[in-house]
Each structure stands twice: as C-alpha cells, then as structure tokens.
Design a protein around this ligand. Structure first.
Ligand code: PXP
Length: 237
C-alpha cells in the first residue's frame, strides 16, 4: 500500500485569516498522525502566507512520523531547512502570485541552481525530493542531477475538464511513474488529489507516497461541522 503524506498548510491558512493561534498546525499534525498519516507535509512559502517559521520549529519537535518540508530553492529557505533538518525537503517552483504550486520544477532549465540546493540539503542529512511534471525529460534531468526521490505533479490529471482529458493525463502519469521507476527513483505523487480522483492513482504500481492537502482539510471542515455546532449548542444550553 502506498503511504499518505498529509499537507496541513491550509490549517495554517485558516489561522492566518485571523492571525491568531487557532487552529494550531501542531495539533492538526498530531490528529493526522493518529489517524494514520505516514508523514506531515508543510510548505514554508517565501511570502509566509500560511505556515510560519515558528510552526516549522514546533512541528520539528512534535512530528513523530516524518516531516516533509516543501520549499523553493531560494537560498534563505534552503538555509532555514539546513538548520531545521526536516526528514525530507521537497523542492518546488514558487511564484508569489500563484494560488498554489502550478507546475513542476524545470530541472532541465535550472539544473545548476537545483543541484546546489540539493547538494547542500544532502550535506545536512536531509533527503531531497524534486517536484516535477510527469515528463520523461524532467525525470531524466532529475536522475542526472542526482535526485533519489521525485514527486510527480498530478495537477493536469486532477484538473482535467473532461473524461477524455482525464484519461489522457492519467496515461501520461502512469507512463511517467513506470519510467521513473525504471530509472530507480523513489516515486511520490501529489497535487489536486481528492476523494473522487485518488483511487486510480493510488492503484498505480510503484508509487511510494501520495501527498494530499487541500481536499483533506476541506473534508475535515465539512465532516467536523456537525460536531462543532453540537458542542457550541451544548455550551449555550
Ligand atoms: N505536493 C506538492 C509538492 C505540493 O506543492 C502540494 C501543494 O502544496 C501538494 C502535494 C498537495 O496538493 P493539494 O493541496 O492540492 O492536495
């Protein structure tokens, strides 16, 4: 069975809406781990729109499974990771104006910069994964650069507007997974996976871990609402 990494960025998004202390990502991580999450994933964005440096430090102290820090290759962020020592760093492209990570790293084009970040993190004992599109050229470049782990971006499959399009991108993902496996890379997948599109992907042979965030946090809000209202009603009563 593939592993599940739970991305809790959007627990922090909710907290940042009021800039208060609730909901606390450390508590969320604890619940995810108790429910079976195999790792906790957080993205320290350069604009700190959700996860803050203090969250990372607290998570480093409390996460008992594995802490996977998503991050850009900006030197300020690489330095933070080297000090913090998450179990894994997942290098992603980052644009300030994007709502979420829109595509994979162009390892081909940014070979030198990515190699520098990868090697520095490696020297600090951190495993490094490269978030790339399900594309042979990028897989080849990831292998060439010395990566041991890749995470294939499932956004094209997840965001497909028709069944035909979804099928096309599913086949693209499937062949990328087996190509990356043939190159002896550890293969993870993620982005846009939800309760209706995950099953097919999870069945693909050779996937080590699925990293899922937004849909789980959305579902948590809805399935938790009834209980939350009942608790408040009881207090008022
Ligand atoms: N994997 C990576 C590398 C990501 O950047 C993200 C989004 O932060 C995810 C997985 C999770 O995507 P989603 O929140 O759409 O499930």
């Amino acid at each position: 069975m593939p592993k599940l990494g739970v991305n809790i960025d959007h627990v922090a998004t909710l907290r940042q809406a009021r800039k208060g202390i609730d909901p606390e990502p450390v508590f969320a991580a604890f619940i995810c781990e108790s429910a079976g999450a195999d790792s906790i994933v957080v993205h320290l964005r350069e604009d700190r729109r959700h996860i803050q440096d203090s969250d990372l430090h607290a998570l480093r102290q409390t996460v008992k499974t594995r802490l996977n820090m998503e991050m850009s290759i900006a030197s300020e962020i690489v330095d933070i990771a080297c000090k913090l020592k998450p179990d894994q760093s997942t290098l992603v492209p980052e644009k300030r104006q994007e709502l979420t990570t829109e595509g994979g790293l162009n390892v081909f084009k940014n070979f030198k910069k990515i190699k520098t970040a990868l090697e520095k993190l490696g020297r600090h004992g951190i495993k490094v994964s490269l978030f790339i599109d399900p594309d042979k050229k990028q897989i080849d470049a990831a292998k060439k650069i010395g990566a041991k782990i890749v995470e294939l971006h499932t956004g094209r499959y997840a965001d497909a507007k028709s069944q035909e399009e979804q099928e096309k991108y599913f086949q693209e993902l499937k062949s990328a997974v087996s190509y990356a496996k043939s190159k002896r890379l550890i293969v993870c997948v993620g982005h846009g996976l939800n309760y209706s599109n995950v099953a097919r992907v999870a069945k693909l042979k050779g996937i080590q871990e699925l990293n899922i965030g937004y849909s789980i946090v959305c579902r948590a809000v809805l399935v938790g609402l009834e209980h939350a209202v009942q608790e408040m009603k009881a207090l008022i009563g």
